[in-house]
Design a protein around this ligand. Structure first.
Ligand code: NAI
Length: 335
């Protein structure tokens, strides 16, 4: 099997090369730094499969080109698959596999890092004390103990997060289109409707996939329902939040703080060093100007454990495909 990787960074190559050369897999791998787009799909010529990440674009046009070159597999080395046109892939006979879970703890713990930093203003204290400023003015936080968290989506990452938040002594409200009452009883949380969650939560964290239903679920109408001062966390996907509405919510002080590991237009910036350039994205520039907003560049997954799991599961997925066996991690249109 020849697999062409798109959107790779040095750490991806290191983790895949280490495993691929251990005698179990031995695939012919070609790495590209650039993202997969309709313009550079040609780089996959001669490959049996492509391996892509969150900011690669496998839309109908790209998939049509891949199919014409004989590519048979799209192996996502991530959990989310909103960037793949599954219908087009099915029509072109291209299989799609993913890594459903590599470390839910990594993402959950990152959400907590954002929450604690924003609540206790650690990011501001860091700069202040380095400059000899030891004043506490503006650094007042609140106890998480006794506060209410509203968690949207109660899958793997959310459950890891809920375990941590319960440890802080928080009350947890949750919303999921498929509520799991057995889990709720065991975890000591309550499922509520989305409006109630927005109204009652002091901290809201998004852990549902990006779908037509969830796109821009955080918008001016839903922000208007939220408690003034709410902390909003997004480690899901950027388009869950309408960013301009968020900016308005921050300006009106309805949103007390926002921790964003994802951004709706992240593809041009995240994972790249753009510090030599003038920022062309005025919305991102405005977001970065708030001292109560923390932006990290989609790094929730980025732990040693997760990288190893990603490489292992992806190579296992490719091996299963090559063997023509059942694909445990296949993503099917309409499934
Ligand atoms: P999961 O599949 O275990 O759980 C997703 C949950 O969302 C399920 O319980 C599902 O029923 C629920 N859901 C689906 N549609 C919904 C809707 N319309 N409203 C409310 N809930 C809905 O997924 P997991 O592993 O917990 O990941 C969640 C999301 O986190 C992924 O879809 C991905 O977008 C994002 N992610 C972000 C990473 C990062 O590095 N920041 C890394 C991995 C995933």
């Amino acid at each position: 099997m020849k697999i062409v990787f798109f959107g790779t960074q040095p750490y991806d190559r290191e983790s895949f090369d280490t495993l691929n050369s251990n005698g179990t897999y031995g695939f012919d791998i070609v790495y590209h730094h650039s993202h997969l787009t309709p313009d550079n799909a040609i780089l996959a010529r001669g490959a049996d499969g492509v391996c892509i990440f969150v900011n690669d674009t496998a839309n109908r046009e790209t998939i049509g080109q891949l199919a014409a070159m004989g590519v048979k597999l799209i192996a996502l080395r991530c959990a989310g698959f909103n960037n793949v046109d599954l219908k087009a892939a099915a029509e072109c006979g291209i299989g799609v596999v993913r890594v459903p879970a590599y470390s839910p703890h990594a993402v959950a713990e990152h959400a907590v890092a954002l929450l604690l930093a924003l609540d206790r203003k650690v990011h501001r204290a860091y700069w202040r004390t380095r400059d000899g400023n030891f004043s506490l003015h503006g650094l007042l936080g609140f106890d998480l103990y006794g506060k209410t968290a509203g968690i949207v989506g109660t899958g793997r990452i959310a459950r890891a997060l809920i375990g941590i938040l319960k440890g802080f002594g928080m009350e947890v409200l949750a919303y999921d289109i498929h509520p799991d009452e057995h889990y709720a009883r065991e975890a000591g949380i309550a499922y509520v409707g989305l409006d109630e969650l927005y109204r009652r939560a002091d901290v809201i964290s998004l852990h549902c996939p990006l779908t037509e239903q969830t796109r821009y679920m955080i918008n001016s109408d839903t922000i208007a329902l939220m408690k003034p001062g709410v902390v909003l966390l997004n480690t899901g996907r950027g388009q869950l939040i309408h960013t301009e509405a968020l900016i308005e919510g921050l300006k009106q002080r309805r949103i007390g703080a926002a921790g964003l590991d994802v951004y709706e237009e992240e593809a041009g910036y995240f994972y790249e060093d753009t510090s030599d350039r003038i920022m062309g994205d005025d919305v991102l520039a405005r977001l970065l100007s708030f001292n109560n907003v923390l932006v990290t560049s989609h790094q929730g997954f980025f732990t040693r454990e997760a990288l190893e799991n990603i490489a292992r599961t992806t190579l296992d997925n490719i091996r299963a495909f090559a063997a023509g066996g059942p694909l445990a991690n296949e993503v099917r249109f309409g499934a």
